[in-house]
Write a protein that binds this ligand. Structure first.
Ligand SMILES: Cc1ncc(COP(=O)(O)O)c(C=O)c1O
Length: 404
């Protein structure tokens, strides 16, 4: 177990206090992370004293903002071990996956081809492929889970055929916290000639990520789960793949030359960034990555695993709780309490100053698999510590009293 004191100063995060200034036990980081003050300051500066457009202005402020925007892209690239021209700024993971489906997917997949997903995927790694299915007739296969809630790569190995052109899997499950062996998934996908897309939404804030070592083809994540702002996310794709992809949205910034007779397009990543981008958000994402790396993702991972271990241990002692997912979860614990709907639990915990998520977590096929309509989900971040687990346990005990 790692040292369970906080990794970060809770005072760095103004969002961790209630409006009355009392501590707030925020256990919903998998939905979105609270922001450190340095990110809020970076955003305010970018929208204030530093604000100007990028890529077009001939005046100094715009040139400086362009440098800051492109520095953010380089920062993302070093953060995940990619190259800067492989980093496309998008609104979030959802947009990134839709972009891949509607460009690479529409160009490369046809009726008879197959895509392999898994039971635990977030809707944003299911529905874009179903939309593609409607347009192309591509078939979707669903990889089952192991008994403890991991994507079953032995089953994937048996299921994959040369007809599979894409495997798209979550690096860390947003419901169960289970971690994927991405390297093995990449080997399996490549073994049949398929590409691997990794949904890194929950992994990028929780684990060190190196896309070169993972050997994936696409990696996507959202800024707001990485202690940065909403409205910005990342699609990383291998250079040769990005180069081969046609544009998606048309408009300013993504072109080389426009005439009514014929328009040519800019090379990636600009080809996929039509319109004025999320300028301040990119700059603030840069600050968020600096913050997270200063804490260290190895330390973050060990810390969150230790909080999970204690939470699971304590919940297991009760005889009224069913725990889902594997023991070694990356900072996320889902459970169900006998006789108490997760929403009721969430409401009572809220009265105790504890914020958890209750619902299907945008993973309805996984809920069907678990045989529940919803789960209660606790998810940890850099700023959580034992006091948050204590508050959760107190709230659960009180809920039990209320519901008898
Ligand atoms: C695993 C996973 N994938 C994708 C998403 C979608 O992210 P966003 O809503 O930021 O686009 C989420 C968000 O909850 C997620 O947890």
């Amino acid at each position: 177990m790692s040292d369970m004191s906080t990794l970060t100063r809770q005072a760095d995060f103004p969002g961790l206090l209630t409006r009355e200034g009392a501590p707030w036990h925020y256990l919903d980081t998998a939905a979105t992370a609270q922001k450190p003050q340095v990110v809020i300051d970076a955003m305010a500066r970018a929208l204030g004293a530093d604000y100007a457009t990028v890529h077009r202005g001939v005046y100094a402020r715009s040139a400086e903002m362009t440098l800051a925007f492109e520095a953010a892209r380089r920062r993302v690239a070093t953060f995940i071990g990619g190259a800067e021209d492989e980093v496309v700024f998008v609104r979030g993971a959802t947009e990134a996956i839709n972009l891949v489906a509607q460009t690479w997917g529409l160009t490369n997949l046809k009726a008879g081809d197959r895509i392999l997903l898994s039971v635990l995927e977030h809707h944003s790694n299911i529905v874009p492929w179903q939309l593609l299915q409607d347009r192309t007739g591509v078939e979707i296969d669903v990889c089952p889970l192991t008994d403890d809630g991991r994507i079953d790569l032995d089953a994937a190995e048996r299921m994959l055929t040369p007809a599979h052109k894409l495997v798209a899997l979550a690096h860390v499950s947003n419901v169960l916290g289970s971690m994927l062996d991405v390297r093995r998934a990449a080997d399996l996908a490549h073994g049949v000639g398929a590409k691997l897309l990794v949904d890194g939404c929950q992994a990028a804030p929780r684990l060190p990520v190196d896309v070169a070592a993972l050997d994936c083809d696409f990696y996507v994540f959202s800024g707001h789960k990485l202690y940065g702002p909403t409205g910005i996310g990342v699609l990383w794709a291998r250079k040769d793949i990005l180069d081969s992809m046609p544009p998606w949205h048309g408009g300013g910034s993504m072109i080389d030359r426009v005439t009514f007779a014929r328009t040519t397009y800019a090379p990636p990543p600009q080809r996929f960034e039509a319109g004025t981008p999320a300028i301040a958000e990119a700059v603030a994402l840069h600050a968020a990555i600096d913050y997270v790396e200063a804490v260290g993702l190895k330390a973050a991972h060990a810390h969150e695993m230790a909080l999970v271990e204690r939470t699971r241990e304590e919940l297991r002692r009760r005889n009224d709780i069913r725990l889902f997912g594997p023991e070694d979860s990356a900072g996320i614990v889902s459970f169900a309490m006998d006789g108490v709907h997760p929403h009721d639990l969430g409401t009572i915990l809220d009265e105790e100053g504890v914020a958890i998520r209750a619902g299907h977590h945008c993973a309805q096929p996984l809920m069907d698999h678990l045989g529940v309509p919803a789960t209660a989900r606790v998810s940890f971040g850099l700023y959580n510590d034992e006091t948050d687990v204590d508050a959760l346990l107190r709230g659960i005990a009180r809920t039990k009293k209320i519901f008898g």
